[in-house]
Design a protein around this ligand. Structure first.
Ligand code: FAD
Ligand code: 2HG
Ligand code: ZN
Length: 456
């Protein structure tokens, strides 16, 4: 099939206005590379539609002229899904940034797919509400991208991942048809297949999300953050029952001494606990009760397992403690090109997994630096490896093999993208992958949406 880029762009210029069809390489090149710099593509154009009708026109024209498209929000995805690997045209959704009125009785809001997480959270805060998912890329990541990746983040143990926040949505499918599903925000609607649920985690391969109806959660009246030092991951996992018993628990995040030292060097700060324990848990409580008292009783119950701790209940102090966890991605990036894995393993295997990963990586990538941290409360660990060349998958493949052997998942939250495509079938089995392929063929019959992403 011969593609007709010139004809396609002419249609787009007429529909979107020439200003919203960007072909200047100074702009397009930046959007063709991902946040990590590992995934680099190229694109002839970035389209910036401003309405659902314009997206429909773009998709219909793409079908007619045989042009492949890549949906893009904040371009903070970490699996290469937002990058045009084979010269696809980028559809940038960031003009969809409208924030609908907060429906306080329903605790819901309808927002454009291009609204950033931070903008939606600020908008909801005026009503004492917030978004149930939070993550460090909040100022740039868009709601559409978070839906498409079914993002997880820091509060999954409290509120679930993005799929649990999505009540309804509007999307333009690969057919060019716009579908709306429960934008009215009905709590109960059992009329057939769950399209919003299907689009969550579809990574732009089935449809382009344009608007989202989000469930909001109460914004905690107050918060307390504790950084607890423990000797090893074994004690950290053993602490989970006590921490989970806390009514106000919002987050339990894991960092290790090696990562803490790296962040200290990166930020130019002394380590937060001295002497530095082998393992640190960042614990956040939120609510209206006696949070310091609650954390204090947990510390008492944990006894000598916690060798040292730092606690803050003021905004600046809590932000300082969170920085030790959230700065891991940027500290790793400062070392060089980072290979990223976001895996789940059964919590009972977590200590052995943490112990085994650096050696597995060294065996195939001698001299590589391995950084481990993550959302311990969800059994989700991030593995960052610096050393191997961009196209060398051997280190992450060794990690993924260990994960699969333990009955875990090769993606806890970032998705499959192009980074883990070759693991999908081993992870899900051929029948499931065939079913996914059938859904893809039905909703994107010409295969023009994010070809090469997610499905093998
Ligand atoms: P993009 O990167 O633009 O796109 C991601 C995928 O979604 C691509 O496949 C793209 O094609 C598709 N897509 C984007 N918009 C749409 C749309 N409107 N319709 C259909 N498809 C679309 N993820 C977590 O889960 N938890 C974390 O804690 C977390 N922390 C992060 C911290 C940092 C510093 C960074 C850089 C990233 C982090 N991420 C995390 C990864 C990332 O998945 C999220 O930031 C976010 O979900 C991506 O949103 P985005 O708008 O940037 O999407
Ligand atoms: C986090 O939890 C994110 O900080 C990013 O999911 C992880 O950069 C990473 O590897
Ligand atoms: Zn994460």
């Amino acid at each position: 099939m011969v593609s007709d880029l010139a004809g396609f762009l002419t249609t787009c210029r007429t529909a979107l206005g020439a200003a919203h069809v960007v072909t200047d390489p100074d702009v397009t090149d930046a959007q063709a590379t991902d946040w990590t710099g590992r995934w680099r593509g190229s694109t002839p154009a970035v389209l910036r539609p401003g309405s659902t009708d314009e997206v429909r026109t773009v998709v219909h024209a793409a079908r007619r002229h045989h042009i492949a498209l890549v949906a893009q929000g904040g371009n903070t995805g970490l699996v290469g899904g937002s990058v045009p690997h084979a010269g696809e045209v980028i559809v940038d959704l960031r003009r969809f940034d409208e924030l609908g009125p907060v429906d306080a009785p329903a605790a819901q809001v309808t927002v454009g797919a291009g609204a950033t997480l931070a903008a939606v959270a600020d908008h909801a805060a005026a009503h004492g509400l917030t978004v149930g998912v939070d993550l460090a890329a909040r100022d740039t990541a868009t709601i559409g991208g978070m839906v498409a990746t079914n993002a997880g983040g820091l509060h999954v143990l409290r509120h679930g991942s993005m799929r649990a926040q999505v009540v309804g949505l509007e999307a333009v499918l690969g057919t060019g048809d716009a579908v709306t599903a429960n934008l009215a925000g009905l709590v109960k609607d059992n009329t057939g297949y769950d399209l919003p649920g299907l689009l969550c985690g579809s990574e732009g391969t089935l449809g382009i999300v344009t608007r989202v109806r989000l469930r909001l959660v109460p914004r905690p009246a107050a918060r307390v953050v504790g950084l607890l030092g423990l000797p090893t991951v074994t004690e950290a996992v053993a602490a989970l029952p006590v921490l989970r018993s806390l009514d106000s628990l919002q987050a339990v995040e894991l960092i290790l001494d090696s990562g803490t030292q790296l962040v200290a060097g990166h930020l130019g700060l002394p380590v937060p606990l001295d002497p530095l324990p082998g393992c640190l848990l960042l614990v956040e409580l939120g609510g209206a009760g006696d949070l310091l008292g609650e954390l204090g009783s947990a510390l008492e119950l944990l006894g000598q397992a916690v060798t040292d701790s730092a606690v803050a209940d003021d905004d600046a102090g809590m932000a300082r403690l969170w920085r030790w966890r959230e700065a891991h991605s940027e500290a790793a990036a400062a070392l060089g090109l980072v290979h990223k894995a976001d895996v789940t393993v059964p919590l009972s295997d977590m200590p052995a997994f943490v112990a085994a990963v650096p050696a597995r990586v060294q065996a195939v990538a001698p001299g590589a630096t391995t950084l481990l941290y993550g959302h311990l409360g969800d059994g989700n660990l991030h593995v960052n490896v610096v050393g191997p060349a961009a196209d060398d998958d051997s280190a992450l493949d060794a990690v993924f093999q260990l994960v699969v052997d333990l009955g875990g998942s090769v993606s806890a939250e970032h998705g499959i993208g192009v980074a883990k495509r070759h693991w999908l079938e081993r992870q899900r089995g051929s029948a499931a992958v065939d079913a996914m392929g059938a859904i893809k063929a039905a909703l994107d019959p010409d295969g023009i949406l994010n070809p090469g992403v997610l499905l093998p």
